[in-house]
Design a protein around this ligand. Sequence first.
Ligand code: SF4
Ligand code: SF4
Length: 110
Amino acid sequence: MTKVGDVLKRRAVEQSKIRVQLNSVRAEEEALLKGGEDTVAWVKEELCIGCDQCTIVCEDDAIELYDTPLASPIMDVDVNRKARILRDPCTGCKICVLACPTDAIIMIDR
Ligand code: SF4
Ligand code: SF4
């Protein structure tokens, strides 16, 4: 019979493998993204779900959330949030692009 300890060990091994693979994919993604001081992040509003991940990772306070009307008439929610990039403080570090779960942020030329 499988013991809990065995399952936890197998889980830790699998977690480690998945983490290595994800880090590898992220490194490849980052290498392909343009960035730097000649670029600035841009949010595609239609893809933003207001999850707040980008504001958490941005160390330059270059992202703010604003309220906007919810598009769906079937949900009783007054406002939905969207992210907006503040161009001046944005350093083009592209961390927010990697953090966004919906691929709503892209890097554009400044
Ligand atoms: S991480 Fe992406 S989806 Fe979440 S608030 Fe920022 S731009 Fe919007
Ligand atoms: S590129 Fe860097 S500095 Fe600019 S908004 Fe994204 S995380 Fe902030």
